[in-house]
Ligand binder design. Structure first.
Ligand code: SF4
Ligand code: SF4
Length: 114
């Protein structure tokens, strides 16, 4: 689906990040078409998620019991709680609902419709 390449496997939304496409290549671009080597990626979530063919960890049946994603999302800090909210929103709705909610965000996370 269009637009999901900018959603990080962990729920961070890269599209509006100021570093995206400057210092940061983003979570996914290049891995899906083979121009970047997933074997050299440092992020365990990304490696696992893309290897399994998921768009994000929200698609994964192991999400609730997966130590990799749960350890990441349970880091202290507001942004991690927001990434968790993103994955749970995607799980409860779908990617198009997420992209619609994120349309006017100015950060890698933001508000959701009530
Ligand atoms: S932490 Fe990993 S999964 Fe999340 S955006 Fe960065 S590379 Fe992608
Ligand atoms: S096993 Fe964990 S890291 Fe891998 S795709 Fe599933 S939730 Fe993400």
């Amino acid at each position: 689906m269009n637009g999901t390449e900018e959603i990080g496997c962990c729920g961070a939304y890269c599209k509006i990040c100021r570093e995206f496409e400057k210092t940061c290549k983003g979570c996914k671009p290049g891995y899906l078409d083979g121009s970047r080597d997933l074997g050299r990626a440092k992020c365990r979530m990304k490696k696992c998620c893309l290897t399994k063919g998921h768009v994000t960890c929200a698609d994964c049946e192991e999400y609730d019991r997966c130590e990799i994603i749960q350890a990441f999302l349970n880091h202290p800090g507001y942004k991690y709680a927001k990434y968790k909210q993103a994955l749970e929103f995607i799980h409860a709705h779908d990617y198009s609902a997420f992209l619609k909610a994120a349309e006017y965000w100015k950060n890698a996370y933001g508000k959701y419709p009530k």
